[in-house]
Design a protein around this ligand. Structure first.
Ligand code: PA5
Length: 442
């Protein structure tokens, strides 16, 4: 169960103000739970932890076994934004930092940029691997994944033949429409569906996240169980509900105290992509109508040596949301050294995680003294169960928080603006007027 601690904000805010925002968050909670708010045709994610059929997981496992029989050792997962960040977050969090998991293919990601070098280097890797591909796009026409898929599909067809390619490519897309759906039907690809009522950034517990996570060798049943237990915990409406506390405090810090930047802080490098996933979730859900908290992130202790100065003494516009991990999955004790040149013998016999925890505590006090409020989000350890809880907590809290702010959490009208300009500059047929207009401005 996720634990939210807002004590590190209490010296910054007045109790009666917090109570006012708690009231607003409780009203927003009702809007989310009743399904009466803006964007309510995108609430399918709420039920996923308890309504994902076992057959979906066994279908994912069947693909894993099938590809294992073919000797596949590399799965290229193609997608962008909500169509890849959840899977990448889970796989990075659960994987060994240095060693590839035995009995599972390496899962790499493409289609999330337009770098020629990136794709050329991906082809270098394909040439020394036994390759399969999962292509994920609800629309099927998003430029970045579509470009990457052209390249990877061509490579797979040239290397294994078109018929075998149809067994090595899985598409996750819309149930009925779109370019990828049409292609899958033509080529006979196995497909999974992105539910109509789940937006990309809320899709980690659909096949969009579950299939790549299963292929990478991790336990999605435990992940769904963690999400389901968190759902139960959040079902109780009260001021101590974790989502209500998080939503109330961050909205108060923003609206009442000009804290317009929220920094997600973690002390484990496995959570770099948790922050990337969270940034999209909160940035795309709340940053609209001229409002919203800008989501940023640091990974400590590394970033204490880079961003630490700014957070301690720079513009006082930010607060921190720290991910507390109660237990390390591994143990290493610091040894004693005869010469003690680095003068660290006072740490001999201590666990490294104890040093990490003391760094975290020292930073907490220093940052609060420096004018940076801290919210803490606690989990037991990094594993599938706790990740499932975290995913569900942040999604649910995002809905509560966006409604507290007064915006529709489930649309993203602003992401289209750059596409029009890019297509005009690339001279896409039908964009002639836009091309003429933009060329006059650059
Ligand atoms: O959250 C979102 O809606 C976006 O990030 C989309 O997931 C992203 O743009 C990819 O879209 P698509 O799945 O249609 O390729």
């Amino acid at each position: 169960m996720i634990n939210v601690n807002i004590e590190g904000c209490k010296t910054f805010v007045k109790e009666e103000e917090y109570k006012k925002f708690e009231g607003k968050a409780l009203e927003a909670y009702d809007v989310l739970v009743s399904g009466n708010g803006a964007g309510n045709d995108f609430l399918g994610w709420k039920e996923l932890p308890d309504e994902t059929p076992e057959s979906l997981i066994t279908d994912c496992e069947a693909i894993r076994n099938d590809w294992k029989c073919k000797g596949v050792d590399l799965v290229v997962t193609i997608g962008i934004g909500g169509s890849y960040l959840g899977a990448r977050c889970a796989i990075e969090a659960l994987s060994h930092n240095f060693i590839q998991k035995k009995d599972a293919p390496r899962v790499v990601f493409a289609g999330n940029n337009l770098s020629e070098e990136y794709l050329a280097e991906l082809i270098d890797l394909l040439k020394v691997s036994n390759v399969a591909c999962v292509v994920i796009s609800k629309s099927g026409t998003t430029t970045e994944p579509a470009v990457a898929f052209r390249i990877v599909k061509q490579y797979i067809e040239d290397t294994y033949g078109r018929r075998e390619a149809s067994e090595r490519i899985i598409a996750i897309t819309d149930a009925k429409k779109g370019a990828l759906k049409t292609l899958s039907t033509q080529e006979g690809y196995r497909t999974f569906i992105v539910p109509d009522n789940v937006g990309g950034r809320f899709s980690v517990l659909t096949p969009v996240g579950l299939l790549p996570i299963v292929l990478a060798g991790f336990d999605v049943r435990a992940m769904l169980k963690g999400a389901s237990d968190e759902r139960k915990a959040l079902a109780e409406k009260s001021g101590s509900n974790a989502a209500v506390k998080y939503a109330a405090m961050r909205n108060l810090l923003y609206s009442g105290y000009g804290k317009a930047v929220e920094i997600m802080v973690s002390y484990n490098p496995k959570f770099v992509y948790l922050a990337e996933w969270w940034k999209q979730l909160y940035g795309e859900s709340e940053g609209k109508d001229g409002k919203g908290i800008y989501p940023a992130s640091v990974t400590n202790t590394a970033d204490l040596h880079s961003m630490g100065q700014f957070i301690q003494e720079g513009s006082r516009v930010m607060f921190e949301t720290v991910i507390n991990i109660a237990k390390s999955n591994r143990d290493i004790v610091i040894g004693s050294d005869e010469q003690n040149l680095d003068q660290l013998n006072f740490l001999a016999g201590q666990h490294i995680e104890h040093c990490n925890a003391m760094a975290q505590l020292g930073v907490k006090v220093a940052h609060i003294d420096g004018g940076v409020p801290q919210i803490e989000v606690g989990i037991e350890r990094i594993d599938e169960y706790n990740l499932g809880s975290l995913f569900y907590f942040f999604e649910f809290a995002c809905g509560v928080s966006a409604y507290t702010l007064g915006v529709n959490p489930f649309n993203q009208p602003g992401v289209e603006a750059y596409k029009k300009n890019m297509f005009a500059l690339l001279k896409k047929p039908g964009y002639e007027k836009e091309t003429e207009a933009i060329l006059k401005r650059i």
